[in-house]
Structures are given as C-alpha cells and as structure tokens.
Write a protein that binds this ligand. Structure first.
Ligand code: BG6
Length: 293
C-alpha cells in the first residue's frame, strides 16, 4: 500500500481485529491498534511524511548509532532510508511465526551509506502481530564485512498515553541511568517508579527484561519485554523542547512517552559473518490485571 503522501507501507491484521502498520521508509512501525481500533502508538499530528526527515512517532530504529554515541548523525541513518521487503528471510530459531501476521524487512547499506560509515551489514527487522494483538519486533544484524562491526541500537518506541504526567514506569527503580540533559552524567533512580514532570532524556542501564508503562487515566498498562537489548531509553521533550521541534505539536508531549529497548553503554561488536539478534515484545492489558513484576 501507499499512504496519502506516497510512502509505501504494509498493514498487518490478525483475526481478533488488531492491526499494525509498517512504513518501508525507516523500517518504521507507524501504527499499532487494538481490536477497538484505538491507536496505541503516538504519531505526531505535525508529521509531514517528507523524507529524508525521520517520521516522528511509532517505533523508529536507531542504528548503527543511538543518539550521539558516536560520530554519525543523531540516531544513525537507517531511520531515514527506504528499506525493502525481505522475501526470503533466514529462519529465526525461537518465536515461530505460526498464528501471526508477519512482515520481514531488510536494509543493506548503499554506496552513499558506505561513504559515511564504511561497514557492510545486513539489518533485518521482523514485525509480528500475534492473535490477540501482541506486537513483536525482532532485529538482526549480520556483519557482511571483512572487519569487525560495532554498533549501538534502540527501538525508540513512542507510546500513546492519556496524560504523560500521570504515567508511571515500573522496572527502572534503583537502576543507574545516564542523564542526557546533564552531559550523560550517571545517576541512580530513587523513586519506586519513574514518573514525568518535566523534560526527560535518560538512558537506563542493564534493566530488567520486563518494563511496565502504566497509564492510570486510560486504565491501560503496556508491558514491554526485551531480549538481547539490555538498556532502555526514556524520553519526553516536555513543553519547551516540544515548541522547538518543528514536527511535534506544542501540547503533544502530554500524549506520549518514549520507552525503548536499546544497546547503549556497551556496543555490540560482531566478527565477520557473525549475527546479533534482539527482540522487543509489546502487549497491553487493563491496568487492574497487571500484578507487578
Ligand atoms: C532521545 C535522545 O532518545 O531522542 C534525545 O536522547 C532526542 O536527545 C530524542 O531529543 C529525539 O530525537 P530525534 O532525533 O528523533 O528528534
């Protein structure tokens, strides 16, 4: 399919009615809806779908560099590139694709990419929507170069929430984080849950494999499970930064929180022909059903 702006996208549907949408631009999940057609991910109303600017919302893939952890442009370049559908993906050992709507995408560097980052690789993304609506992203990176390949990565997930100042994140308490608003100084999370009352730009290190994003007002809890991605990014621009972002509404910081599985502090290094795999699985449950970690 093409969206109204001419960008190609794929829609996944499962029998109970939930859907997911993936744009080939960025290999980016841009919508995830439950069986009531409620949108679960945030996408800015100011988004103009004009490449090469990355899409503001959904789940951008930040690769081969998260943020400014290196000399490449912020969040790497694959979120600004057009990916392809991978018609013959190598099998993934666990997580069989039965009973799921699945799309496999691939990105390989172009000659221009090789000029800015001289490393040959294959980046694969499988997006799977299970019966009931759970959404799993599996990323695989293969080093197809003759030299070692090092990278950081994040699945920068924008969750749609009713009021970010009422949202709690469980699973980050007592952890160390780097505060990007304080030149990446290291702090320890003190509260019994993480909450938002101003701009947040943090990298939590070595988190549990399960995080919960609790939206009291909506009575909804998102559960994020991850494998192979030890760290987590948490971001909300709040009012001042929101006004400075051209592709983000002035008040939209209330409607979203970003929480994403990542590899930040200790980059992954692959030998030639070696492959790395990471996974982030999202589900949503009514808040009263959620019984802690
Ligand atoms: C965060 C970064 O993860 O992403 C922030 O740590 C940044 O510094 C934010 O502002 C959004 O980035 P971008 O490039 O999509 O505007």
């Amino acid at each position: 399919l093409r969206d109204n702006y001419g960008l190609e996208k794929v829609i996944l549907k499962e029998p109970s009615g939930s859907t997911a949408q993936v744009h080939l631009f960025g290999g980016q999940v841009t919508s995830w809806k439950n069986d009531q057609e409620e949108e679960l991910l945030f996408l800015s109303s100011k988004e103009t779908y004009k490449p090469p600017k990355a899409l503001r919302g959904g789940i951008p893939i930040c690769f081969p560099q998260f943020g400014n952890f290196g000399s490449l442009e912020q969040h790497g370049f694959v979120r600004n590139r057009i990916w392809s559908i991978d018609l013959d993906p190598p099998p993934i050992s666990v997580n069989s694709s039965s009973n799921k709507a699945v799309i496999d995408l691939i990105y390989k560097p172009t000659d221009d990419d090789l000029k800015i980052w001289p490393r040959s690789f294959e980046l694969r993304l499988r997006v799977a929507l299970a019966r009931g609506g759970d959404l799993t992203l599996t990323v695989r990176v293969r080093n197809t170069d003759t030299k070692p390949l090092s990278f950081t990565i994040a699945l920068h997930t924008y969750f749609s929430v009713s009021d970010s100042s009422e949202v709690r994140i469980e699973g980050l308490e007592t952890l160390d984080y780097l505060d990007n608003l304080e030149h990446k100084e290291r702090f320890t999370e003190q509260g019994d849950a993480m909450t938002f009352d101003g701009e947040v730009d943090r990298f939590y290190l070595s988190t549990p494999t399960k995080l919960a994003i609790i939206d009291h007002q909506k009575k909804r809890t998102f559960v994020l499970r991850k494998e192979g991605l030890p760290d987590a990014v948490v971001w909300n621009p709040w009012d001042k930064k929101a006004r400075a972002l051209p592709d983000f509404g002035d008040e939209e910081y209330k409607d979203m929180v970003c929480v994403g599985a990542a590899v930040l502090e200790k980059p992954i290094t692959l030998k030639p022909s070696e492959e790395w795999k990471g996974r982030q699985a999202l589900s949503h449950v009514p808040s009263s059903y959620f019984s802690g970690r």
